[in-house]
Design a protein around this ligand. Sequence first.
Ligand code: GDP
Ligand code: MG
Ligand code: ZN
Length: 350
Amino acid sequence: MNNLSFYGWNQNLFQLKQSSTYKHLFHGRVAAVNKTNYEVITETGLLLCEPSGNLLYGKSLFELPCTGDWVILQPFDNNKGIIVDILPRRHTLYRRKSGTISNIQVIVSHIDKAFIVQSLDADFSVRRTERFIVQLLEENIQPALILTKSDLKYNLHQIKESLKHITRQTPVYFTSILSPETIVPVRKFIRQGESIVFVGSSGVGKSSLVNALCERTVFPTAEISRSSGKGRHTSTRRAMVLMDDGGVLIDTPGVREFGLASENPEVLTDIFDISDFVASCRFDNCTHIEEPGCAVVEAVNNGLLAPEVYRSYLKLRKESWYFSSSEHEKRKRDKSFARISDEAKHIKKR
Ligand SMILES: Nc1nc2c(ncn2[C@@H]2O[C@H](COP(=O)(O)OP(=O)(O)O)[C@@H](O)[C@H]2O)c(=O)[nH]1
Ligand SMILES: [Mg+2]
Ligand SMILES: [Zn+2]
Protein backbone atom coordinates (compact mmCIF):
# COMPACT_ATOMS: atom_id res chain seq x y z
CA MET A 1 0.00 0.00 0.00
CA ASN A 2 1.27 3.46 -0.91
CA ASN A 3 0.39 6.33 1.37
CA LEU A 4 -0.35 8.96 -1.25
CA SER A 5 0.07 11.82 1.22
CA PHE A 6 3.82 11.19 0.90
CA TYR A 7 3.33 11.93 -2.78
CA GLY A 8 1.59 15.19 -1.99
CA TRP A 9 -2.06 14.12 -1.83
CA ASN A 10 -3.90 16.51 0.49
CA GLN A 11 -7.23 18.02 1.45
CA ASN A 12 -7.15 20.56 -1.42
CA LEU A 13 -6.69 17.85 -4.01
CA PHE A 14 -9.42 15.83 -2.35
CA GLN A 15 -11.75 18.83 -2.70
CA LEU A 16 -10.81 19.21 -6.37
CA LYS A 17 -11.61 15.56 -6.93
CA GLN A 18 -15.13 16.07 -5.56
CA SER A 19 -15.98 18.30 -8.57
CA SER A 20 -15.19 15.53 -11.04
CA THR A 21 -17.88 13.35 -12.59
CA TYR A 22 -15.56 10.45 -11.76
CA LYS A 23 -15.06 11.30 -8.08
CA HIS A 24 -16.04 7.75 -7.03
CA LEU A 25 -13.09 6.20 -8.94
CA PHE A 26 -9.46 5.82 -7.86
CA HIS A 27 -6.91 8.61 -8.07
CA GLY A 28 -3.18 8.54 -8.54
CA ARG A 29 -0.19 10.63 -9.54
CA VAL A 30 1.57 10.44 -12.88
CA ALA A 31 5.16 9.39 -12.16
CA ALA A 32 6.38 9.08 -15.72
CA VAL A 33 5.19 9.71 -19.24
CA ASN A 34 6.30 6.99 -21.66
CA LYS A 35 5.81 6.80 -25.41
CA THR A 36 2.75 4.58 -25.23
CA ASN A 37 1.54 4.83 -21.63
CA TYR A 38 1.64 6.66 -18.32
CA GLU A 39 3.03 5.27 -15.07
CA VAL A 40 0.61 6.23 -12.34
CA ILE A 41 1.23 5.75 -8.61
CA THR A 42 -1.93 4.71 -6.79
CA GLU A 43 -2.65 3.47 -3.29
CA THR A 44 -2.41 -0.11 -4.49
CA GLY A 45 0.74 0.28 -6.54
CA LEU A 46 2.06 1.44 -9.89
CA LEU A 47 -0.37 1.14 -12.80
CA LEU A 48 0.41 1.43 -16.50
CA CYS A 49 -2.33 3.65 -17.87
CA GLU A 50 -3.71 4.95 -21.12
CA PRO A 51 -5.97 7.97 -21.47
CA SER A 52 -9.62 7.42 -22.31
CA GLY A 53 -10.75 8.31 -25.82
CA ASN A 54 -12.60 11.32 -24.47
CA LEU A 55 -9.43 12.72 -22.92
CA LEU A 56 -7.26 11.92 -25.89
CA TYR A 57 -9.48 13.56 -28.48
CA GLY A 58 -11.05 16.28 -26.35
CA LYS A 59 -7.88 18.03 -25.26
CA SER A 60 -4.90 19.92 -26.64
CA LEU A 61 -1.51 18.31 -26.31
CA PHE A 62 -0.46 20.42 -23.34
CA GLU A 63 -3.66 19.48 -21.50
CA LEU A 64 -2.97 15.74 -21.64
CA PRO A 65 -1.49 14.24 -18.46
CA CYS A 66 2.07 15.24 -17.60
CA THR A 67 4.44 14.08 -14.90
CA GLY A 68 3.16 15.25 -11.53
CA ASP A 69 -0.49 15.43 -12.57
CA TRP A 70 -3.15 13.95 -10.29
CA VAL A 71 -5.51 11.83 -12.35
CA ILE A 72 -8.65 9.77 -11.86
CA LEU A 73 -8.57 6.29 -13.31
CA GLN A 74 -10.38 3.04 -13.77
CA PRO A 75 -8.06 0.09 -13.00
CA PHE A 76 -8.28 -3.17 -14.94
CA ASP A 77 -6.37 -6.45 -15.05
CA ASN A 78 -3.70 -6.42 -12.42
CA ASN A 79 -1.58 -3.42 -13.16
CA LYS A 80 -3.33 -1.43 -15.85
CA GLY A 81 -5.71 1.49 -15.91
CA ILE A 82 -7.60 3.99 -18.04
CA ILE A 83 -7.19 7.65 -17.10
CA VAL A 84 -10.61 9.27 -17.28
CA ASP A 85 -9.99 12.71 -15.77
CA ILE A 86 -7.22 15.10 -14.72
CA LEU A 87 -7.52 17.25 -11.61
CA PRO A 88 -7.03 20.96 -12.30
CA ARG A 89 -3.35 21.82 -12.42
CA ARG A 90 -1.66 24.00 -9.84
CA HIS A 91 1.94 25.21 -9.79
CA THR A 92 2.72 23.91 -13.24
CA LEU A 93 5.93 24.36 -15.11
CA TYR A 94 5.32 25.28 -18.74
CA ARG A 95 7.63 26.44 -21.43
CA ARG A 96 7.11 28.06 -24.76
CA LYS A 97 7.94 25.76 -27.67
CA SER A 98 11.05 26.97 -29.38
CA GLY A 99 10.35 28.73 -32.64
CA THR A 100 6.81 29.68 -31.68
CA ILE A 101 5.36 32.83 -30.15
CA SER A 102 2.79 31.31 -27.87
CA ASN A 103 2.59 27.53 -28.19
CA ILE A 104 3.15 26.04 -24.79
CA GLN A 105 4.44 22.72 -23.63
CA VAL A 106 3.83 21.33 -20.19
CA ILE A 107 6.76 19.88 -18.28
CA VAL A 108 5.54 19.01 -14.80
CA SER A 109 2.67 19.87 -12.49
CA HIS A 110 1.80 20.27 -8.78
CA ILE A 111 5.30 21.43 -7.91
CA ASP A 112 6.33 23.24 -4.70
CA LYS A 113 10.00 23.90 -5.37
CA ALA A 114 12.33 23.74 -8.32
CA PHE A 115 16.04 23.10 -8.19
CA ILE A 116 17.80 24.90 -11.00
CA VAL A 117 20.86 22.69 -11.28
CA GLN A 118 24.04 24.02 -12.90
CA SER A 119 27.57 22.73 -12.62
CA LEU A 120 30.28 25.10 -11.42
CA ASP A 121 32.91 23.89 -13.85
CA ALA A 122 31.27 24.67 -17.15
CA ASP A 123 27.54 25.15 -17.12
CA PHE A 124 26.96 28.14 -14.84
CA SER A 125 24.85 30.91 -16.41
CA VAL A 126 23.12 33.70 -14.52
CA ARG A 127 21.06 34.56 -17.59
CA ARG A 128 19.63 31.07 -17.82
CA THR A 129 18.98 31.11 -14.08
CA GLU A 130 17.02 34.37 -14.35
CA ARG A 131 14.93 32.90 -17.14
CA PHE A 132 14.06 29.85 -15.05
CA ILE A 133 13.20 31.99 -12.03
CA VAL A 134 10.78 34.13 -14.04
CA GLN A 135 8.97 31.06 -15.34
CA LEU A 136 8.86 29.42 -11.90
CA LEU A 137 7.54 32.45 -10.06
CA GLU A 138 4.88 32.79 -12.73
CA GLU A 139 3.32 29.68 -11.15
CA ASN A 140 4.39 30.34 -7.56
CA ILE A 141 6.99 27.61 -7.56
CA GLN A 142 9.83 28.40 -5.15
CA PRO A 143 13.16 28.37 -7.01
CA ALA A 144 16.53 27.36 -5.57
CA LEU A 145 19.83 27.39 -7.42
CA ILE A 146 22.02 24.34 -6.92
CA LEU A 147 25.60 24.77 -8.07
CA THR A 148 27.12 21.30 -8.37
CA LYS A 149 30.63 19.88 -8.65
CA SER A 150 32.05 22.31 -6.11
CA ASP A 151 35.01 19.94 -5.84
CA LEU A 152 36.13 21.19 -9.27
CA LYS A 153 37.76 24.54 -10.11
CA TYR A 154 35.60 27.66 -10.22
CA ASN A 155 35.76 31.36 -9.39
CA LEU A 156 33.72 31.82 -6.21
CA HIS A 157 34.03 35.61 -6.12
CA GLN A 158 32.91 36.06 -9.71
CA ILE A 159 29.96 33.72 -9.26
CA LYS A 160 28.75 35.37 -6.06
CA GLU A 161 29.08 38.81 -7.63
CA SER A 162 26.97 37.80 -10.66
CA LEU A 163 24.24 36.33 -8.45
CA LYS A 164 23.82 39.33 -6.13
CA HIS A 165 20.51 40.49 -7.58
CA ILE A 166 18.72 37.15 -7.43
CA THR A 167 19.72 35.87 -4.01
CA ARG A 168 16.92 37.78 -2.32
CA GLN A 169 14.25 35.35 -3.53
CA THR A 170 16.41 32.41 -4.52
CA PRO A 171 18.57 30.44 -2.09
CA VAL A 172 21.85 29.19 -3.54
CA TYR A 173 23.52 25.90 -2.57
CA PHE A 174 27.02 24.75 -3.49
CA THR A 175 27.17 20.96 -3.61
CA SER A 176 29.53 18.13 -4.39
CA ILE A 177 28.56 14.49 -4.35
CA LEU A 178 32.06 13.85 -3.02
CA SER A 179 31.25 15.83 0.17
CA PRO A 180 28.05 14.54 1.79
CA GLU A 181 27.97 17.53 4.18
CA THR A 182 27.21 19.82 1.21
CA ILE A 183 24.05 17.80 0.51
CA VAL A 184 22.64 18.12 4.04
CA PRO A 185 21.36 21.74 3.72
CA VAL A 186 19.65 20.87 0.45
CA ARG A 187 17.94 17.90 2.08
CA LYS A 188 16.79 20.12 4.94
CA PHE A 189 15.22 22.54 2.48
CA ILE A 190 12.79 19.81 1.35
CA ARG A 191 9.67 19.28 3.46
CA GLN A 192 7.53 16.17 3.71
CA GLY A 193 4.93 15.93 0.95
CA GLU A 194 6.63 18.61 -1.13
CA SER A 195 7.32 18.03 -4.79
CA ILE A 196 10.65 19.20 -6.14
CA VAL A 197 11.53 19.31 -9.82
CA PHE A 198 15.13 19.32 -11.03
CA VAL A 199 15.82 21.36 -14.16
CA GLY A 200 19.07 21.96 -15.97
CA SER A 201 21.31 20.78 -18.80
CA SER A 202 22.21 17.13 -19.04
CA GLY A 203 25.49 16.22 -17.42
CA VAL A 204 25.32 18.82 -14.65
CA GLY A 205 24.67 16.19 -11.98
CA LYS A 206 20.88 16.14 -11.48
CA SER A 207 20.62 12.36 -11.20
CA SER A 208 23.70 12.26 -8.97
CA LEU A 209 22.12 14.85 -6.70
CA VAL A 210 18.86 12.91 -6.48
CA ASN A 211 20.86 9.81 -5.54
CA ALA A 212 22.86 11.75 -2.95
CA LEU A 213 19.68 13.17 -1.42
CA CYS A 214 18.14 9.70 -1.20
CA GLU A 215 21.43 8.13 -0.11
CA ARG A 216 20.93 5.32 -2.59
CA THR A 217 21.10 4.83 -6.33
CA VAL A 218 17.68 5.58 -7.72
CA PHE A 219 18.81 6.98 -11.06
CA PRO A 220 21.63 5.85 -13.30
CA THR A 221 24.41 8.41 -13.71
CA ALA A 222 27.46 8.51 -15.93
CA GLU A 223 30.62 7.22 -14.23
CA ILE A 224 33.01 9.90 -12.99
CA SER A 225 35.85 9.76 -15.47
CA ARG A 226 39.04 9.31 -13.53
CA SER A 227 41.21 11.62 -15.57
CA SER A 228 39.11 14.82 -15.60
CA GLY A 229 36.71 14.10 -12.77
CA LYS A 230 33.99 15.54 -14.95
CA GLY A 231 32.16 12.51 -16.20
CA ARG A 232 30.22 11.86 -19.38
CA HIS A 233 26.66 12.75 -20.20
CA THR A 234 23.80 10.40 -19.56
CA SER A 235 20.13 11.01 -19.93
CA THR A 236 17.24 9.37 -18.16
CA ARG A 237 13.58 9.68 -18.89
CA ARG A 238 11.57 11.95 -16.65
CA ALA A 239 10.93 10.17 -13.38
CA MET A 240 9.68 10.59 -9.85
CA VAL A 241 11.14 9.19 -6.65
CA LEU A 242 10.13 9.39 -3.04
CA MET A 243 12.73 10.38 -0.44
CA ASP A 244 12.71 8.49 2.83
CA ASP A 245 11.90 11.75 4.64
CA GLY A 246 8.92 12.26 2.36
CA GLY A 247 9.88 14.67 -0.43
CA VAL A 248 8.93 13.84 -4.01
CA LEU A 249 11.88 14.35 -6.36
CA ILE A 250 11.24 14.70 -10.07
CA ASP A 251 14.12 14.50 -12.50
CA THR A 252 13.69 16.02 -15.96
CA PRO A 253 15.98 14.96 -18.78
CA GLY A 254 18.12 17.89 -19.87
CA VAL A 255 15.70 20.79 -19.76
CA ARG A 256 18.41 23.22 -20.68
CA GLU A 257 16.60 26.37 -21.49
CA PHE A 258 13.14 27.78 -21.68
CA GLY A 259 11.20 29.99 -23.98
CA LEU A 260 9.22 32.08 -21.49
CA ALA A 261 5.51 31.41 -21.20
CA SER A 262 4.99 34.27 -18.80
CA GLU A 263 2.03 36.60 -18.67
CA ASN A 264 3.15 38.83 -15.84
CA PRO A 265 5.95 41.09 -16.98
CA GLU A 266 5.38 43.16 -13.79
CA VAL A 267 6.99 40.52 -11.58
CA LEU A 268 10.27 41.07 -13.40
CA THR A 269 11.15 44.16 -11.41
CA ASP A 270 11.12 42.09 -8.23
CA ILE A 271 13.05 39.25 -9.75
CA PHE A 272 15.75 41.59 -11.00
CA ASP A 273 15.69 43.47 -7.72
CA ILE A 274 15.11 46.84 -9.40
CA SER A 275 11.79 47.72 -7.74
CA ASP A 276 13.42 50.42 -5.61
CA PHE A 277 14.80 52.14 -8.69
CA VAL A 278 11.46 51.79 -10.48
CA ALA A 279 9.73 53.49 -7.56
CA SER A 280 11.94 56.55 -8.10
CA CYS A 281 11.25 56.98 -11.81
CA ARG A 282 9.70 60.36 -12.59
CA PHE A 283 6.76 58.87 -14.53
CA ASP A 284 4.51 56.11 -13.20
CA ASN A 285 4.24 54.57 -16.64
CA CYS A 286 7.99 54.71 -17.24
CA THR A 287 9.21 51.83 -19.45
CA HIS A 288 12.80 52.35 -18.26
CA ILE A 289 14.20 52.80 -21.71
CA GLU A 290 14.57 56.47 -22.59
CA GLU A 291 12.15 58.47 -20.48
CA PRO A 292 13.57 61.54 -18.72
CA GLY A 293 14.03 60.95 -15.01
CA CYS A 294 14.22 57.17 -15.33
CA ALA A 295 15.92 55.94 -12.17
CA VAL A 296 16.64 52.54 -13.70
CA VAL A 297 18.68 53.93 -16.59
CA GLU A 298 20.33 56.32 -14.14
CA ALA A 299 21.29 53.37 -11.90
CA VAL A 300 22.95 51.72 -14.87
CA ASN A 301 24.83 54.88 -15.72
CA ASN A 302 25.95 55.31 -12.09
CA GLY A 303 27.17 51.74 -11.83
CA LEU A 304 24.50 50.75 -9.28
CA LEU A 305 22.87 48.32 -11.69
CA ALA A 306 24.97 46.02 -13.86
CA PRO A 307 24.31 46.70 -17.57
CA GLU A 308 24.01 42.98 -18.30
CA VAL A 309 21.33 42.64 -15.63
CA TYR A 310 19.46 45.59 -17.14
CA ARG A 311 19.70 44.12 -20.63
CA SER A 312 18.52 40.75 -19.38
CA TYR A 313 15.54 42.43 -17.70
CA LEU A 314 14.54 44.14 -20.95
CA LYS A 315 14.99 40.96 -22.95
CA LEU A 316 12.83 38.81 -20.68
CA ARG A 317 10.24 41.55 -20.40
CA LYS A 318 10.02 41.74 -24.16
CA GLU A 319 9.59 37.97 -24.40
CA SER A 320 6.92 38.07 -21.75
CA TRP A 321 5.11 40.89 -23.55
CA TYR A 322 5.21 38.99 -26.81
CA PHE A 323 3.80 35.93 -25.16
CA SER A 324 1.02 37.65 -23.30
CA SER A 325 -0.24 40.07 -25.90
CA SER A 326 -2.81 39.14 -28.49
CA GLU A 327 -2.06 39.55 -32.18
CA HIS A 328 -3.96 42.80 -32.16
CA GLU A 329 -2.18 44.31 -29.22
CA LYS A 330 1.08 43.17 -30.69
CA ARG A 331 0.60 45.34 -33.75
CA LYS A 332 -0.10 48.34 -31.55
CA ARG A 333 3.04 47.74 -29.56
CA ASP A 334 5.35 47.06 -32.49
CA LYS A 335 6.64 50.58 -32.24
CA SER A 336 7.83 50.23 -28.67
CA PHE A 337 9.37 46.84 -29.42
CA ALA A 338 11.46 48.46 -32.11
CA ARG A 339 12.66 50.93 -29.52
CA ILE A 340 13.58 48.23 -27.07
CA SER A 341 15.76 46.54 -29.63
CA ASP A 342 18.22 49.38 -29.39
CA GLU A 343 17.85 49.34 -25.65
CA ALA A 344 21.55 49.62 -24.88
CA LYS A 345 22.27 52.81 -26.79
CA HIS A 346 21.06 54.97 -23.91
CA ILE A 347 23.57 53.55 -21.53
CA LYS A 348 26.86 55.38 -21.54
CA LYS A 349 29.81 53.21 -22.51
CA ARG A 350 31.62 52.33 -19.30
N1 GDP B 1 33.37 15.93 -9.82
C1 GDP B 1 32.04 15.80 -9.70
N2 GDP B 1 31.35 15.12 -10.64
C2 GDP B 1 29.99 15.02 -10.49
C3 GDP B 1 29.31 15.59 -9.40
N3 GDP B 1 27.97 15.33 -9.54
C4 GDP B 1 27.85 14.62 -10.69
N4 GDP B 1 29.06 14.43 -11.26
C5 GDP B 1 29.35 13.68 -12.51
O1 GDP B 1 28.78 14.35 -13.63
C6 GDP B 1 28.31 13.42 -14.59
C7 GDP B 1 26.85 13.66 -14.92
O2 GDP B 1 26.07 13.38 -13.77
P1 GDP B 1 24.53 13.03 -13.84
O3 GDP B 1 24.05 12.96 -12.45
O4 GDP B 1 24.32 11.84 -14.72
O5 GDP B 1 23.98 14.33 -14.57
P2 GDP B 1 22.51 14.63 -15.15
O6 GDP B 1 22.61 14.41 -16.63
O7 GDP B 1 22.28 16.07 -14.84
O8 GDP B 1 21.56 13.73 -14.47
C8 GDP B 1 28.56 12.05 -13.96
O9 GDP B 1 29.75 11.53 -14.47
C9 GDP B 1 28.70 12.33 -12.49
O10 GDP B 1 29.47 11.39 -11.83
C10 GDP B 1 30.07 16.29 -8.39
O11 GDP B 1 29.57 16.82 -7.39
N5 GDP B 1 31.44 16.36 -8.60
MG1 MG C 1 20.16 12.44 -15.32
ZN1 ZN D 1 12.15 54.16 -15.43
